[in-house]
Design a binder for this molecule. Sequence first.
Ligand code: 3PG
Length: 306
Amino acid sequence: MPKVLIATEKAFAAEAVQLLKAELNAAKYEQVWLENYTDVNELYAAVADAEAIIIRSDIVDAKVLEAAKKLKIVVRAGAGYDNVDLPAATAKGVVVMNTPGQNSNAVAELAIGMMIYMARGKFNGKSGSELAGKNLVLYGFGFVARYVAKIARGIGMHIYAYDPFISNEIMTKDGVTPLCSVEDIFKTGDYISLHIPATAETKKSINWNLLGLVKDTCTIVNTARKEVIDEEALLRAFAEKKKFRFVSDVEPGCAAEMMEKYGDRAYFTPKKMGAQTEEANVNAGVAAAKQIIAFFEKGDKTYKVN
Ligand code: 3PG
């Protein structure tokens, strides 16, 4: 029976581990668990005879793939797969999948939570502001953005979105006003929530041409990838726009400078934690196990991304 390696530098919650084990046990698949590892050599060794791997943000690059002589499938338990070298996997005939939507509500709740945290001055006891009545713009309208929109509707925000790959009908059905250009995102938002993937096209794409357009009071919330923002432009936005705020799930490279100069206007999670809930871990972990079983038993390649 196939041997599955579960390699999670940031381990799944205990309940997810239990359910994932049960899923693979029921299929009689062999399992190897490598959790909270700190040395990539541990991964090279563990992957050597695995036919399948389940990962989170763990890096699966050409070296890992080279060490994995029997590998047939990698499932990223989550949405973003910028941590997997897709061309290298394809060249080796390895199928790569993600588990879209499974951890999205957790990320959306964190995005909204961080907005409230900043609107209320990091809960400092002083007078803050409310989200109701403010413009929320979603840059990208995938699963996470749709959950953010759902929560924001309940709060009473005016919701806008821009996503060149999603039809206006889908947005309007969700009560979201479609915007026509990337520039409109940055001009319109009191809160701008980023939901674009990190690709060659999007990396550093949020530059001064866009950040220069934001309102003086704008708050940007990043639960996507830090690489999509040009950090020099971000520092300039803090310097030129006196009430500009920025919150991010995982700190940017310039975090120390930002906290020192603009600490009351910035917040960063200490470790990426958008999807770090029991529910998200259960959903994404079990989905990953099911996808691996369906792949080996039925040749099912739904959710293949390479
Ligand atoms: C994702 O892409 O699904 C999220 O960024 C979550 O990543 P994580 O599993 O490493 O927490």
